[in-house]
Design a protein around this ligand. Structure first.
Ligand SMILES: C[S@@+](CC[C@H](N)C(=O)[O-])C[C@H]1O[C@@H](n2cnc3c(N)ncnc32)[C@H](O)[C@@H]1O
Length: 277
């Protein structure tokens, strides 16, 4: 197992996960909850798989919503798992376990889960249809596959300070250079069809998030500043020649200015799909 990076100790979120920890099932998986509740009425012992769970704040709230069910949370990055376990422990949930796994090669038998879920995971990888095909494989007939992905190109930020415009272009380029898709939200349905889902069995919706309270803006800016200052974005961006030290400093300066400004906000559209298996 890879060495635990000091920035990914259980007591603190990893730089890239600071703002992820604002997420829970209510604010990030509301499109799944009515179906989850109706499935729970006929079977309280539901098995839910969360792939690319990260710090697992959404997984932990699914565990609360399914007190007699069981949550399996997996992530490709083993270093994030100690933090996810600590988040679940702090939330007081025990019906959850964590393991390292690649969504494209899940270590589970066919038809193992009632619900297979991912949030902001497919946007970061190449061939996301392969991931959805694998999620469908491990889901029981009669179960559901649910995915929600941001559409980074719909990010609406105000004030549009020059450093933030540079940040947006840089983050989108970095995502593309790693095989990801900054327009994932609008492409989710096509990926589901490529993965073999029947159109009549896919329900599509779009949701938004927005950060405009002082506390949310502080967390958002703190997270982005952490990755730009010393986190993975800085190193990868400089190594790939996608940015410069001067531009990174301008991005940090303008995120600080944005968070301190009383009229600032940021919002983004998200695509959501529910596939009946
Ligand atoms: C943006 S984070 C989202 C975390 C969490 N779902 C949330 O919304 O807070 C994306 C996560 O997907 C994981 N990931 C990326 N590729 C993966 C893969 N092939 N298999 C499993 N997890 C993967 C990353 O390690 C990361 O923790």
């Amino acid at each position: 197992m890879a060495e635990v990076n000091p920035s990914q100790q259980p007591t603190v979120p990893a730089a890239q996960a600071i703002h992820h920890e604002l997420r829970n099932a209510e604010n990030s998986a509301a499109f799944v909850l009515p179906t989850l509740q109706s499935m729970k009425m006929s079977n309280p012992y539901l098995a839910l798989l969360d792939v690319g769970a990260g710090s697992g704040t959404i997984s932990a709230s699914f565990a609360k919503a399914l007190p007699d069910g069981h949550i399996t949370a997996v992530d490709l990055n083993p270093n994030i798992l100690p933090r996810a376990r600590a988040v679940a422990e702090a939330a007081g949930v025990t019906n959850i376990d964590f393991q390292q796994a690649d969504v494209k090669k899940l270590p589970f038998a066919d038809a193992s889960f009632d619900i297979t879920f991912c949030h902001q995971t497919l946007t970061h990888m190449s061939a996301p249809e392969d991931a959805l095909r694998e999620m469908l494989r491990v889901t029981k007939p009669g179960g559901i596959v649910a995915a929600r992905e941001g559409d980074f190109e719909t990010e609406a930020v105000w004030p549009d300070l020059p450093g933030l415009v540079k940040f947006h272009r840089f983050a989108a380029e970095l995502m593309r250079s790693a095989g990801g898709t900054p327009t994932a939200g609008r492409q989710l349905l096509s990926w589901a069809l490529e993965a073999g889902a029947e159109r009549s069995k896919v329900a599509v919706s779009f949701g938004t998030w927005s950060y405009h309270t002082q506390s949310d803006k502080d967390t958002w800016a703190r997270g982005l500043i952490a990755v730009v200052k010393g986190g993975p974005m800085r190193e990868k961006g400089l190594n790939a020649g996608l940015t410069t030290e001067g531009d990174l400093d301008e991005m940090i300066h303008d995120w600080e200015k944005w968070a301190a400004s009383s009229d600032s906000s940021v919002a983004m559209l998200h695509g959501e799909i529910l596939i009946q298996r």
